[in-house]
Design a binder for this molecule. Structure first.
Ligand code: PLP
Length: 400
């Protein structure tokens, strides 16, 4: 059966508006569409394809596990899930892991755990969750309400309660909101969807201190920043601050759907048998792939390579900017890079994305005025150079 982009409109719920072309094949950081046109992939499935497309370690893990055991549910455990949990706990602050299927689900588990922990230990009054404007935590009704973008959470009826927002990097505003009623503070250690916004080092330390002062849990949403994206396995490892709960997904499976919530043994205890769960969470195929991804990503070679690629990207983007004057800021950490458009092009990030696709390079946006790059963590230098050359062609056409 021949399907086209037009078929999409006939059969799909219209909540997405995907590109005109349909990709059919990927290898490393290159992708081909139905017409055979080739693209350099700087989008990486929105910070997911950390090893590019069809990396042999992932293909091998998937086919090997696919010939052994696909699914059991959590009525039975499985070896890949336990092995992956062991590796994640060995490599982080965490002592316990809960597996989910997406970032939103990992965050949902984190929020439910925080509420249950507070209820058990302090009583029903301690229910306040504080998060940050422009934050993004997923699309379940709890996570989208905790996210700081009303455009995403409005229009679905009554929201979950006791959720407040303050501005990111505004410690005084956070302090003014916090009290013994605060159950948890949830934050991204670098806001991705909100525009690639880094936290001030003092801000993150201050958030930790306030959480300690008021017996509140600090939840780091590392769905986008995690698994090597910023040059360490998790971003918290470069911030000198340890969260109580951490959510990870996206790059964790390198393209196979999986999420996880990591925490300490003392906090984990509050999700007793029957309190939370998921049919697919900890699925053996997903965990086998994630274990293979972990073994590649959690190495000095890959993590230091992220830093080297960050340099290359930022240098080349600055050169493009010198020639065309389109950006007012080039920022981000590791391979989560945002280039904010200057006033003259404000609100036009999507035009740059479309023009780039026409020239054969896939990029992302973060909000209306930031062009975002989240390529594979192991993208070859020549693909970075070729992709940015194509991007510059698109820029030249667009700005004339
Ligand atoms: C920081 C952050 N948290 C949560 C999510 C939601 O993840 P998912 O789409 O896998 O539910 C995203 C997705 O963009 C994200 O960037």
């Amino acid at each position: 059966m021949k399907v086209t982009r037009a078929t999409f409109n006939d059969v799909m719920v219209p909540n997405y508006n995907p590109a005109k072309m349909i990709p059919v094949k990927g290898e490393g950081s290159r992708v081909w569409d139905q017409e055979g046109k080739e693209y350099v992939d700087f989008a990486g499935g929105i910070a997911v394809n950390c090893l590019g497309h069809c990396h042999p370690a992932m293909v091998n893990a998937l086919t090997e596990q696919g010939n052994k055991l696909w699914h059991l549910s959590n009525v039975f455990t499985n070896e890949p899930a336990i092995r992956l949990a062991k590796k994640l706990t060995d490599a982080t602050f965490a002592e316990r892991v809960y597996f989910a299927n997406s970032g939103a689900e990992a965050n949902e588990a984190a929020l439910k755990l925080a509420r249950r922990w507070a209820l058990d230990k302090f009583g029903a009054e301690k229910d306040q969750i504080i998060a940050f404007t422009k934050g993004f935590h997923g699309r379940t009704f709890f996570t989208v309400t905790v996210g700081g973008q009303p455009a995403y959470s409005d229009g679905f009826g009554p929201k979950p309660g006791a959720i407040e927002h303050v501005d990111y990097n505004d410690l005084a505003a956070l302090e003014a909101q916090m009290s013994e009623r605060t159950c948890a503070v949830m934050m991204e250690p670098l806001q991705g969807e909100g525009g690639v916004i880094s936290p001030d080092a003092d801000f993150v330390k201050g958030v930790r201190e306030l959480c300690d002062k008021y017996n509140a849990l600090l939840i780091f949403d590392e769905v986008q920043t995690g698994f090597g994206r910023t040059g360490s396995l998790y971003a918290y490892q470069q911030l000198g601050v340890t969260p109580d709960i951490l959510a990870t997904a996206k790059a964790l499976g390198g393209g196979f759907p999986i999420g996880a919530m990591l925490t300490t043994a003392a906090i984990a205890e509050h999700l007793k048998p029957g309190t939370h769960g998921s049919t697919y969470g900890g699925n053996p195929l997903a965990c086998a792939v994630a274990e293979a991804v972990f073994d590649v990503v959690n190495t000095d070679e890959v993590l230091q390579g992220v830093k080297a690629r960050e340099e290359l990207f930022k240098t080349k983007l600055a050169e493009i900017n010198e020639r065309h004057g389109i950006f007012k800021d080039i920022r981000g950490q590791g391979l989560l890079i945002g280039a904010e458009l200057s006033e003259a092009y404000e609100g036009k990030a999507r035009d740059f994305l479309n023009a780039a696709a026409d020239e054969g390079v896939m990029v992302l946006v973060a909000g209306l005025s930031v062009v975002r790059f989240t390529p594979s963590l192991i993208i070859p230098e020549e693909d970075v150079l070729e992709g940015l050359a194509r991007f510059e062609k698109a820029v030249a056409k667009l700005v004339g």
